[in-house]
Design a protein around this ligand. Structure first.
Ligand code: 5BU
Length: 278
């Protein structure tokens, strides 16, 4: 294993200049959690109740704001209040994928005005580097950070091989705004040729497709355990959705217990990783 994988989250703060990356690593170190919860429910009340329940256990809350049926801007204020109350970062999983001009408008404007409240968002690298320029024109002045999707968790995903390599190269060329990847393993050193010199290859790896009880769903999702993700694959943040609130989104005690269970599993795998011999 290489060096960043054995540094603590706290030590890695200094490898980053982007405020959103620093904030996330600082929260992880302080709260001793590498758990992100993905809150994919369609009603505001349920959305806020789940976030309040998992808040103490997470470094990050991941949203799909466009699935909320009764959305209005007071919801964003309440989400921000919870992020201050529990000290977590917010990641709108928007998966932008258009030309620079369009993604800049989608990010800044429309109903949701994502850039105004989401510390981190993500994009498919498929349009090429112009998607990063478009999004950074909006997000960088606000101190936001971007993740590129260099891999996906689903069966048959096309983000593999040279696509993944090119995504990493795009990110290395935009270190001020691209803070990491949605991926299934560390991207450190990927695509580097013998004479390449890269000062700092410390990207954050946030990984969906995490579950302790089942191996997948009926729609192509594939789950691995926190240990496989953090220890064996060198990822930094486990993203868990239905594994935490899936049985009954109304049962706060059950949600808290599941969040604690995933937080403990993720942290134990991380501790084993940072203390493993080289
Ligand atoms: P789940 O309930 O733990 O399966 O939810 C996973 C979440 O992560 C869900 O919001 C997806 O949109 C998201 N996701 C994913 O599952 N796999 C991927 O490769 C990417 C995002 Br990118």
């Amino acid at each position: 294993m290489s060096s960043f994988l054995r540094q603590t989250y706290g030590q890695r703060v200094q490898n980053h200049s982007n405020p959103a990356a620093k904030q996330l690593l600082e929260i992880m170190e302080k709260k001793k959690t590498n758990l992100a919860v993905s809150v994919d429910v369609t009603k505001s009340k349920e959305f806020l109740a789940i976030i309040d329940a998992v808040g103490p256990f997470v470094c990050l809350v991941k949203t799909h704001v466009d699935i909320i049926e009764d959305f209005d801007h007071s919801l964003i204020q309440q989400l921000q209040d919870l992020s201050v109350k529990h000290d977590f970062a917010i990641f709108e999983d928007r998966k932008f994928a258009d030309i620079g001009n369009t993604v800049a408008l989608q990010y800044s404007s429309g109903v949701h005005k994502i850039a105004s409240w989401s510390h981190i968002t993500n994009a498919h690298p498929v349009p090429g580097p112009s998607i990063i320029s478009g999004l950074s024109s909006v997000g960088l002045p606000l101190g936001r950070g971007l993740l590129l999707l260099s891999e996906m968790s689903t069966k048959g995903a096309l983000a593999v091989g040279s696509y993944t390599v090119e995504a990493v190269r795009m990110a290395r060329a935009h270190r001020d705004f691209v803070i990491g990847f949605i991926a299934q393993r560390t991207m450190e050193g990927i695509g580097m040729q013998g004479d390449d010199v890269v000062d700092n290859d410390d990207f954050l790896i946030l990984t969906p497709g995490v579950g302790l009880d089942v191996k997948g769903d009926a729609m192509g999702q594939q789950y691995r355990t926190p240990r496989e993700v953090i220890l064996e694959s060198g990822c930094d943040v486990i993203i868990v959705g239905r594994g935490i609130y899936g049985k009954d989104p109304g049962l706060v005690e059950q949600i808290r217990a599941q969040a604690k269970r995933y937080m403990d599993a993720g942290w134990e795998a991380y501790q084993e990783r940072i203390s493993s011999p080289s």
